[in-house]
Design a protein around this ligand. Structure first.
Ligand SMILES: CC(C)(COP(=O)(O)OP(=O)(O)OC[C@H]1O[C@@H](n2cnc3c(N)ncnc32)[C@H](O)[C@@H]1OP(=O)(O)O)[C@@H](O)C(=O)NCCC(=O)NCCS
Length: 319
């Protein structure tokens, strides 16, 4: 197909205003076809990516086919090409418009198909960097974890996840044991940015082991970008938590590793996302089951808020 008029694409897809504006802003050139893995290999691949069987069923049901609106397939090519163009990049990237996901599995999992279409590229990138297979697949399997969170959050968290998942397929993030390390180097800082996935308790030995792996991993696989420190920006570092949680809890012991930077931003939304799995539920309808949830609610109901604070650790482990 030749050039498309992007206004017509937006109209034919009946996109909501924001998504329509995004599509109108694209150039009309035909992108390369997205290179999806063969459909027959998809179930095994999705299993390897830790995708829950319920999500696998939906992803297969919506799999790109002749039944897709041709414009949607065109858009998939555009999104895939845009992310691929930044392979090896590590900044935050909005890959494409926020689509109406309630139109069925093809729409719901549009960005999963983009992720799958980029696997070959990122796997080749990992191979060029000598990243071990186990690290490569463990890192990429964050897809399944995020889809599970999305399911739990009834889709509320998806816009953030869209951006998040572009890190994995650009080789920007690596899961090394308990923690994820994001190559977030800027001209001003030689920092790895730390992320804490939802994968069981944050025990001190699991963190020690993960930091030790990062110390060896980055000089070996990214010798051209030396790192000096690890920074973490998270609700987990709000010092107010120490007023509520026991001193020997994993969160408080995790906090003690970091030198806090001044300032901070409102992290109440992140707190609700990661501790209650919801953004839209009114406070008085939330049920607290754990110490942290009870504390979190009491704090919010008393008019308090939670902060995202940033802390740093030298990469060699010294504070
Ligand atoms: C980070 C994380 C693993 C810490 O969990 P942990 O190791 O159990 O932490 P602690 O031992 O300090 O927990 C202390 C108490 O808070 C509870 N708690 C901790 N994190 C919780 C969470 N996310 N949701 C609900 N309760 C939580 C624990 O259950 C425990 O309460 P209990 O004694 O009544 O069971 C957990 O919060 C988590 O999975 N978070 C999601 C990911 C995340 O927030 N990443 C950071 C993004 S910026």
């Amino acid at each position: 197909m030749h050039r498309r008029d992007t206004s017509e694409v937006a109209e034919r897809l009946h996109l909501p205003p924001e998504a329509a504006a995004w599509v109108r802003g694209l150039d009309g050139e035909t992108p390369p076809e997205p290179r999806l893995p063969p459909y027959v290999e998809a179930p095994a691949l999705l299993d390897r990516l830790a995708v829950d069987p319920r999500d696998v069923a939906e992803i297969l049901a919506g799999w790109p086919s002749a039944e897709w609106p041709p414009d949607l397939f065109w858009l998939l090519g555009k999104v895939t090409a845009a992310v691929r163009a930044d392979l090896g990049g590590a900044g935050w990237l909005v890959p494409g418009p926020s689509l109406p996901r309630d139109r069925g599995p093809a729409w719901r999992h549009f960005y999963v198909y983009a992720y799958l279409a980029l696997l070959e590229d990122v796997r080749a990138y990992h191979a060029r960097r000598g990243v071990p297979e186990e690290v490569s697949w463990t890192t990429l399997a964050d897809l399944g974890r995020n889809l599970a969170i999305d399911r739990r959050m009834n889709g509320e968290g998806w816009p953030v996840m869209l951006q998040w998942l572009t890190l994995h397929v650009r080789g920007a993030i690596y899961e090394l044991g308990r923690l994820q390390f994001h190559r977030r180097r800027t001209p001003e800082s030689r920092s790895l940015s730390l992320h804490i996935p939802r994968s069981g308790p944050l025990t001190p030995p699991s963190c020690d082991a993960s930091f030790a792996r990062a110390r060896a991993f980055f000089p070996r696989h990214f010798p051209d970008e030396p790192y000096e420190e690890i920074t973490c920006g998270s609700w987990l570092l709000d010092p107010t938590l120490a007023e509520y949680l026991p001193a020997d809890s994993n969160i408080i012991r995790f906090q003690r590793r970091f030198e806090l930077q001044p300032g901070g931003e409102d992290g109440t939304e992140d707190f609700l996302r990661f501790v209650f799995g919801t953004l839209a539920t009114p406070l008085d309808e939330l049920t607290a089951r754990t110490t942290l949830q009870r504390a979190g609610l009491a704090h919010l109901r008393a008019g308090g808020r939670w902060l995202n604070r940033t802390g740093r650790i030298a990469l060699d482990g010294r504070p």
